[in-house]
Design a protein around this ligand. Sequence first.
Ligand SMILES: Cc1ncc(COP(=O)(O)O)c(C=O)c1O
Length: 474
Amino acid sequence: MGHETFRKHGHAIVDWIADYMENIEQYPVLAQVEPGEIRSRLPQKPPETAEAMDMILDDFKEIVIPGITHWQHPSFFAYFPANTSEPSILAEFLTAALGAQCMVWQTSPAATELEEVVMDWLRQMLGLPADFTGVIQDTASTSTLCALLCAREKATDFDVNKRGFLEGTRRQLVVYASEEAHSSVEKAVKIAGLGKDNLRLIPAGPDFAMLPHALETEIAADRRKGQIPCCVVATVGTTSATAIDPLKPIGEICGRYDLWLHVDGAMAGTAAILPEMRSLLDGIELADSFVFNPHKWMFANFDCSAYFCKDPKVLTSTFEILPEYLKTGVDRKVKNFRDWGIPLGRRFRALKLWFVIRYFGIKGLQDKVRTHIRLAKEFASWIDRDSRFELMAPVTINLVCFRYHPSVRTLSEGELERINKRLMEEVNRSGRMFMTHTKLKGKFALRLCIGQTNTTHVHVQKAWERIQAVVTSL
Ligand SMILES: Cc1ncc(COP(=O)(O)O)c(C=O)c1O
């Protein structure tokens, strides 16, 4: 391309990004296209010859942008957030420019050592125990898979790694998670070869949190049957309702029966940077591993998942490989993160965390997270005061689960589901906000999660007004 041409296009793209961020509220939050619409506008054959960058950029604006759901729109209230911020975006520019593949210390010593330092910063920021060591994975799904593989190896004295599953062994290792745990747990159980039938879904109480006594009953029953209870996955901030599994009693049970305890705090873990929310992680010292995603609610671009473990030796023994072509003269003196997870190649993800933490400071990050939590409580109070609506779950952090349920009419669960689905679809079709749904104890519930970087009171207020306006037309 040539340096000067690159500079020209680079400046134009930065200008486009700055304009995009400035005008993001003019875009519909949820992409307003039909399935296949974008594909139909793309050529079916790759170009034979070079195309001009200007043309490529024009097509990006004309074809790609209409098919984007704008996660960074401050009225994005769907799923859990995947928020970002200017310092993170700038760091991603630099990561892309360096293009470093950071598999071992030698392939970029700064990447390894910065990762060690920022992960310890995160450990301190969340008040995690001093004996936890961190590594960046791509997603919480991968982190949970790593935890299950470690649990499997620890329970079998690293025998599955060595000899594979012996006849009958597979069925004996059992994993426990609440019925509200994320689907990534089931996926990890399947990938780890443990078998979906050996995942016990423990009942949750009325607050949607795991019932420790039910967990203990299941573990004891499996033991009596000759199974090998191997791992418990507890969730801090379940996906449907941000319920908090009680880590202390669960950890004590794991201690009594010698089970690995993995804690999934994918989104909600970030809340622990607030001293007043630290109690979410009461009992975390009993965990063997913990994951939370700075790419969800800590203003770092996707992907960036922070995985912490108590005994890194179990992790490295599970994943270690050392072919001749990867040996370096300093292997005994350094951390080679290739042995701390599944892929060999690794992106330089620590850079964006370093930029974000330095740019905002702990205080700046706390202010944002605290604001989101306050806004969620405020939205919940409006729902609570309006007799046409009901809250469907306790508001523990930044997610409000609710539904339209006018008390003047008697409606069946089926009718309520149909009406609330229509409400959600109408609101989302407006393009002015985006929220999603779940089912709680079989009941359809709308989810409004507040976590986009620039969401303010105005956006939440407007969301409430829009919901009320749609309700009157139902
Ligand atoms: C509680 C919980 N765990 C795990 C995940 C999976 O996260 P990831 O997309 O990083 O794999 C999610 C996603 O929302 C989640 O809510």
